[in-house]
Design a protein. Structure first.
Lengths: 356, 223
């Protein structure tokens, strides 16, 4: 530590540059993981909000919520500690006062007395026909207020926003919660003569399942999330990018430390001649790597948290302190692994050459 | 009392098919408080003798005893320990670490030693008029000042032996005399055994004994 700190103090610019490189790489890693996490959350947030254990889809739906269709009499045969029915469809809505303002949304038709009914953070629950509770992004990002009217692009049905809830995004779209009755109206239109009987897309359960009818496929919620369209591919892609970046960071700092070590071979040789052990010198190089990696990563982390404050609402960036903690640790550990090449070089230095 | 003793020490290198005897069979010892010089042309083997005596390389055969400890059979790690505890090196260019200030050169020894600062060592800095330079880096010192700091550094750990390899090579005559005078005085006062390798014959006035090295053969020079 003594050598490490004193050397950094003497060659401030050189080490500031190394820390700078480490900072840039870690900033990129943190930022990317924030984006990856944010995007993943926008896919699954509304599902996590259920705090459910399992979901039933129709057997032929191939794990797709969209394709699943369950009759109400079959739904009633599912017996579990807690259960709730869910009708879901994607839709396009626009502002009733401004036809140019369009949004992709996801409708959740639910029973308000079952556990899928979300917490309302502003306004009230849906009660009457045509009322919906919307994700808070409708207010924060799209400038809707309580009482605003929205129109369905498909059949011109008009709905009223009566409440807002938080963390309600599914498939990167904000969720509009409504009653099953209104959901029928959304799906088929109220003026149509064709009014089929109510069907559900899924049965969501909490706790132990005591009865499972034929024709239904049971998925755990984590499996269900993995099967969300594009979700696994996205998470894998980002995961690999972040993983490679961490490895690259290790290689880069490893190379820097190695070059710096090579420049000091003569000095280390004299030290070894004086009887200072390889271990003492190696420890100081490791300590130096730790200081450089730690400072760079810490500045990268602070810059990321700072950037998160000024990002526009539309950017799907979310900080997850656990992820960031793991990445911080990982970056520092792999940087030190990279420095081990230099330790090998130090051990090999022949003190005789320093004298001769 | 013998501080360092070389018994029947030989060193040979293989150079292709040939074997080169860099150091022929040598018996050599230096007592505590004794200051000896080894002179000789370059390539005569005087540096080989110094590095063997300092435990930087092993002899092909023979024994080395430093302060009653046998050195030749030890592994590098153990030899490093003996070097650190028993030997102070003063080298041609400098044995100073370029990124440490004068004060910190000495603190480094304390750190390796896991010891508190050595008052006597710091007093020596003062006596040699170096106390104003304690916060300077080696590159900010003159050649003479650098070698004086090197002398303090070599003595700081209170070793048994001082090994000086051409310590005045980078100094002019006047400075060279001055530094050797200081080295001789301090080494004598502290009862160190000092071996100085040099090719500068004018410096031997300060030495108790002078050895001549020629073609790997060491002989005492009697004036």
């Amino acid at each position: 530590m003594f050598l490490a700190i004193n050397e950094i103090k003497q060659s401030k610019l050189r080490y500031a540059l190394v820390i700078g490189v480490m900072f840039l790489i870690s900033y990129l890693v943190f930022f990317l993981s924030g984006l990856a996490y944010g995007l993943a959350q926008e896919n699954r947030m509304a599902v996590d909000k259920w705090k459910a254990t399992d979901i039933f889809l129709s057997e032929k739906a191939n794990d797709s919520l969209n394709m699943s269709m369950i009759d109400s009499d079959i739904a009633s045969q599912v017996k579990a500690k807690e259960k709730a029915v869910l009708a879901q469809t994607a839709g396009i809505i626009y502002d009733a006062n401004n036809e140019n303002k369009k949004n992709n949304v996801s409708f959740f038709g639910i029973n308000s007395n079952e556990f899928l009914n979300p917490n309302v953070i502003e306004g009230r629950d849906f009660k009457n026909k045509g009322e919906v509770v919307a994700d808070i992004s409708f207010k924060n990002q799209y400038d809707y207020k309580l009482g605003d009217k929205i129109k369905l692009a498909t059949n011109n049905e008009v709905l009223t926003i009566v409440g807002f809830t938080d963390n309600a995004k599914f498939n990167i779209s904000p969720v509009l919660y409504t009653s099953l009755e209104t959901f029928q109206q959304i799906r088929y239109g109220s003026n149509s003569n064709f009014q089929p009987k109510t069907t559900y897309n899924a049965i969501v359960t909490r706790g132990k399942i005591s009865q499972q009818p034929k024709g239904l496929q049971k998925l755990s919620i984590s499996k269900f999330i993995d099967k969300l369209p594009g979700y696994s591919a996205q998470v894998l892609t980002f995961g690999f990018m972040i993983g490679f970046l961490v490895v690259i960071a290790a290689v880069v700092i490893g190379i820097f430390i190695y070059v710096l070590t090579m420049q000091k071979i003569a000095i280390f040789g004299v030290m070894k001649a004086q009887g200072i052990s390889s271990r003492f010198i190696s420890n100081s190089v490791i300590a130096q790597t730790f200081i450089l990696a730690f400072s760079g990563v810490l500045i990268g982390l602070l810059a990321t948290l700072g950037s998160a404050l000024i990002l526009p609402e539309a950017v799907p960036f979310q900080t997850n302190l656990l992820f960031f903690g793991v990445i911080t640790l990982l970056m520092i550990v792999v940087a030190i692994v990279g420095a081990l090449f230099s330790v090998r070089a130090i051990v090999k230095i022949d003190p005789l050459k320093a004298i001769g | 009392m013998k501080a360092i003793e070389l018994k029947n020490v030989k060193k040979s290198f293989k150079d292709g098919d040939e074997t080169i005897e860099a150091l022929k069979e040598t018996n050599f010892s230096v007592d505590k408080g004794e200051f000896v010089a080894i002179i000789g042309p370059s390539g005569s083997g005087k540096s080989t003798l110094l590095t063997i005596a300092g435990g930087l390389q092993s002899p092909s055969s023979g024994e080395i005893w430093i302060n009653g400890r046998a050195l030749n059979e030890k592994k590098e790690k153990a030899r490093a320990k003996v070097r650190f505890e028993e030997i102070g090196f003063i080298l041609q260019a400098s044995n100073l670490v370029p990124f440490l200030t004068v004060k910190k050169q000495l603190q480094l020894v304390d750190k390796v030693n896991k010891a508190k600062e050595n008052r006597a060592g710091l007093d020596l800095l003062k006596r040699l008029g170096l106390e104003k330079l304690v916060d300077k880096y080696p590159e900010e010192l003159s050649g003479g000042e650098r070698q004086r700091v090197a002398i303090v550094r070599a003595l700081y750990n209170d070793p048994t032996i001082i090994l000086a390899d051409e310590p005045t090579a980078s100094l002019d005559t006047e400075k060279a005399y001055e530094e050797v005078k200081i080295l001789a005085k301090e080494a004598k006062e502290k009862n160190k055994a000092t071996i100085m390798v040099t090719h500068d014959l004018r410096l031997v006035d300060y030495c108790d004994k002078v050895y001549l090295m020629e073609d790997g053969r060491l002989s005492e020079k009697v004036d």
